[in-house]
Design a protein around this ligand. Structure first.
Ligand code: ADE
Length: 426
């Protein structure tokens, strides 16, 4: 059920009565997010974002809710919409509105028009800052509301695909305001992309299929940080991992990490499970579908639903039907069926709950600190894509270590001197 209510704020969520359950899950996630919680406590006192309007386009999950609470505590006026039509947790969306007074525009399974309608709605707040995951918000600003861009101080981008799009915009001279590429912080991609995607992708596949991975041939297309994590976890569960790559360096790394490496055309004939994590389009297509074994499982872990060629799959199949929640069967020629998870959308969010909170803790602490930096030093930034400032990355790492109760050694003065000297050798 969709409710659109005109109150102090407008909102569009599936069902407000889910708010109690959403709040409990948000609080549960918060227990696993000590770094973000610490920032929230600091922000409640310092109010560094007092009156700042933030439009956020993120996966509407319990972890995102805790980020929104943190920005709210800093004094910001936040409005959030979904960054993927199938990743919204409806109870979280309801709780944002009903329990935390944060306008939310997101309904799980919304169609494309509603998805973009929600993006346009959050932009109506005339934001000072945008927060994006995949760059649909920033690209809408640039394509449809150029005048808004003049007033936007800066933005942040959460994911690899979004950063690639934004760098392309910057290279074309089209980017009108500065963006900090949160994805590129070490405390983001080394953990979120690798261990977060690694675990949550397997989680999504297992929740959808209840498959035994041990002994299965598990094909991972792409060996970036996400692919590395997925392969690592699949191997840990006893699967025989096959990696397909276009980069010689990454292929070599996959081989030395102990995985089989071969072209997708070959892997297609023997794989049991296929996961795309390339960020590219039409990775698995007609040619591969035509040779896959009966029963092969298809899943995508990349940001957009373009990696598995859904059009070709629909054209090739004689019939299709839903066989389990999040699993669709495509009956091809003769006797073969292929099984697609989560409509080819991000499997970890479509069929599970996304990355665990403990890893989003670091990603979203980076987000909160980058927003603060963009706002407080707004005259220092130009319309470019910036790396996360090193001191922010270091602060997030130190806070996480402290929260985990882990301590470091410190260099002695002699060691400091040794490291800074070129005179000492053999
Ligand atoms: N991206 C991947 N997992 C996520 C999560 N749990 N919350 C928000 N964004 C995510």
């Amino acid at each position: 059920m969709t409710k659109i209510t005109e109150t102090a704020h407008t909102f569009d969520v599936a069902e407000l009565s889910l708010a109690d359950s959403g709040q409990k899950r948000i609080e549960w996630a918060d227990r696993e997010m000590p770094v973000l919680r610490g920032l929230r406590e600091r922000f409640e006192v310092e109010r560094p974002l007092q009156g700042v309007r933030i439009a956020a386009c993120l996966h509407v999950t319990t972890e995102t809710a805790n980020l929104m609470r943190t920005l709210h505590a800093a004094g910001a006026e936040v409005a959030v919409c979904a960054s993927n039509p199938l990743s919204t947790q409806d109870d979280t969306a309801a709780a944002l509105v009903d329990k935390y007074d944060i306008p939310c525009f997101a309904i799980r399974g919304e169609d494309r028009d509603t998805y973009y309608g929600h993006i346009r709605t959050v932009l109506k707040s005339s934001p000072h800052i945008t927060m994006d995951d995949g760059a649909d918000l920033v690209s809408t600003v640039h394509r449809e509301c150029g005048e808004l861009a003049e007033k936007i101080v800066g933005g942040t981008e959460e994911t690899t695909t979004g950063v690639i799009r934004l760098r392309a915009m910057a290279n074309d001279g089209a980017l009108k305001y500065p963006i900090i590429a949160v994805n590129d912080a070490y405390t983001k991609h080394l953990f979120d992309n690798r261990y977060g995607t690694g675990q949550s992708t397997i989680d999504g596949i297992l929740r959808a299929t209840n498959l035994l991975l041990a002994g299965r041939r598990f094909v991972v297309c792409g060996y970036g940080w996400c692919g590395r994590g997925i392969a690592l976890r699949a191997k840990g569960m006893g699967a025989q991992v096959i990696v397909t790559e276009t980069s010689p360096l990454r292929a070599l790394e996959a081989a030395m990490d102990g995985h089989a490496v071969m072209p997708l055309k070959k892997a297609a004939q023997i794989g049991d499970v296929f996961v795309t994590a390339t960020g590219n389009t039409t990775v698995i297509g007609r040619e591969e579908f035509s040779v896959m074994k009966d029963g092969a499982i298809l899943a995508n872990a990349g940001h957009f639903n373009v990696e598995i060629d859904l059009e070709a799959l629909s054209e090739l199949c004689h019939s299709r039907r839903s066989v389990r929640p999040s699993v669709e069967e495509f009956v091809l020629d003769g006797e073969r069926s292929l099984y697609l998870i989560g409509e080819g959308r991000l499997v970890n969010l479509a069929a599970a709950e996304g990355h665990p909170a403990a890893v989003m803790d670091m990603s979203f602490a980076n987000q909160a600190l980058c927003v603060q930096r963009l706002w407080c030093e707004r005259t220092a930034f130009e319309p470019k894509v910036y790396a996360v400032p090193q001191d922010i990355d270091d602060e997030v790492a130190s806070l996480k270590l402290a929260a985990m109760g882990l301590e470091l050694d410190t260099l002695t003065p002699e060691q400091e001197q040794y490291l800074n000297s070129w005179r000492l050798g053999t």
